[in-house]
Design a protein around this ligand. Structure first.
Ligand SMILES: [Zn+2]
Length: 434
């Protein structure tokens, strides 16, 4: 089996990995690269989905003797699926996601009026259910990460086995998923392709540790708490809902976040899983009538959910009157309504974590920069979105792969230092035969 890392070998984001077995070819993830930073302003410059397109034979054309059979997406962060939206793929390529992932991407793409469309006919995979593509047998495993759902894949072919971790951690709200991943008997592993976004951190706090610290802070706070949180970070939204409950505040989200929460919960229920996430039944959840909420109203396919959202909806007067009782997750472009409608930032506090977390939703770095510039009390908490190196070490000790290929990292040297010759640092376009 041959592994080609087309992108993501030397940087964070934009992942695309090809596996070849005989005449069968598949791709794992097709992400949009992260924005480049403008040297003058220090702010990210979005290159747009077109810049994400890779020239892989057979991806957009038919001029190959061995076609690409499938593109399998690990999770719904743009740096892992965004390039899929840039340009229609060769229609012969089957795109695989979980049902929840498809829903999250479809809703997200519909939010801007001119948003790029996700192709129809997505194929679903389910956790722990093997599926076959050409000569490959693929098993998805649920992982703990900040997206609505994230998966690692075990890919088997020609008697060889490769693990691709996608993005993961072991210290978030789905830490059990990592335990189950370690416990799964997969047989001898030839190569582990692992993310290493936070590989420079040997060990850090759990998300719960961080939230306990924030809770102490909020108890002393006399104004609103703004908390930078990607719209899809359902784990963090769940923690914020508990924070609201424990501090007798309201969690105020927009219609987009409310719709995602409700849809994810509903789809999981359909599969017999009861997720402990906030929903329209959560007593202290409120929805603000902003432009995102109006946009959801225009999406008639979600009319039934919107109707159930109505009793939870409040206008700006209510927000202004209750500022000291609110926890407001801030996602991309929140500055528009905070500046336009709330205006008063006296007594307010902002909590945000290191930049890594925000690489996964376009527009968040600009939002953070705006909030910081307003001079409100800002607290930086440790970034907890990705595996610390101690977790990667644990994974390597458990699965004992012959080779370790780090991707999604700027800390390749840490892998060489720790794992010696087993660490295989590829360049973009580089290959390894196992
Ligand atoms: Zn991610």
């Amino acid at each position: 089996m041959k592994i080609i890392v087309h992108r993501g070998a030397e940087e964070i984001g934009g992942n695309c990995i090809e596996l070849v077995s005989g005449k069968s070819r598949i791709l794992l993830d097709y992400g949009q690269p992260l924005p480049k930073t403008d040297a003058a302003t220090g702010l990210p410059v979005e290159a747009g989905p077109e810049a994400a397109v890779l020239k892989i034979p057979g991806l957009y054309d038919n001029k190959v003797s061995h076609p690409i059979l499938a593109l399998i997406i690990s999770h719904t962060h743009a740096d892992h699926y965004g390039a899929l939206l840039a340009k229609p793929l060769n229609p012969g390529i089957k795109v695989f996601m979980s049902e929840i992932m498809e829903d999250v991407v479809r809703i997200t793409t519909k939010m801007p009026r001119d948003g790029k469309k996700l192709p129809v006919g997505i194929n679903y995979f389910r956790r722990n259910h093997k599926f076959i593509v050409g000569r490959f047998v693929i098993t998805p495993f649920l992982m703990d990460h900040t997206a609505a759902e994230s998966f690692a894949f075990l890919v088997e072919s020609e008697g060889k086995r490769i693990i691709y971790t996608g993005d993961f951690r072991e210290h978030g709200n789905k830490s059990n998923a990592f335990k189950q991943f370690l416990a799964a008997d997969m047989g001898p592993i030839d190569a582990l392709i692992t993310e290493g976004t936070q590989a420079d951190v040997e060990k850090g706090p759990t998300e719960q540790d961080v939230m306990d610290h924030v809770e102490d802070m909020v108890k002393e706070l006399n104004g609103p708490l703004y908390f930078l949180c990607g719209g899809q970070d359902i784990g963090l939204l769940t923690s914020l809902a508990y924070l609201a409950k424990n501090t007798r505040r309201y969690l105020v989200v927009d219609g987009y976040t409310a719709l995602l929460l409700e849809r994810v919960k509903g789809l999981a229920q359909k599969q017999g899983v009861e997720l402990k996430i906030p929903s329209l039944e959560t007593e202290y959840l409120r929805i603000i009538r902003n432009t995102a909420t109006q946009r959801v109203y225009q999406l008639t396919e979600y009319a039934e959910t919107f109707r159930r959202m109505r009793p939870k909806m409040f206008g700006w007067d209510w927000v202004r009157d209750n500022l000291d009782r609110l926890i407001i997750p801030v996602r991309a472009n929140a500055q528009e309504w905070v500046a336009g409608e709330i205006k008063d930032l006296r007594g307010a506090a902002l909590v945000y974590s290191g930049w890594e977390t925000y690489t996964e939703e376009a527009g968040l770095p600009e939002t953070l920069a705006w909030f910081k510039a307003q001079g409100l009390a800002a607290t930086e908490i440790p970034s907890t979105g990705h595996a610390y190196f101690s977790t990667i070490r644990k994974l390597v000790e458990n699965k004992r792969p012959r080779y370790i290929i780090p991707v999604n990292t700027e800390h390749g040297e840490k892998f060489t230092k720790t794992f010696g010759k087993r660490a295989c640092l590829l360049k973009n376009g580089g290959e390894l035969e196992v």
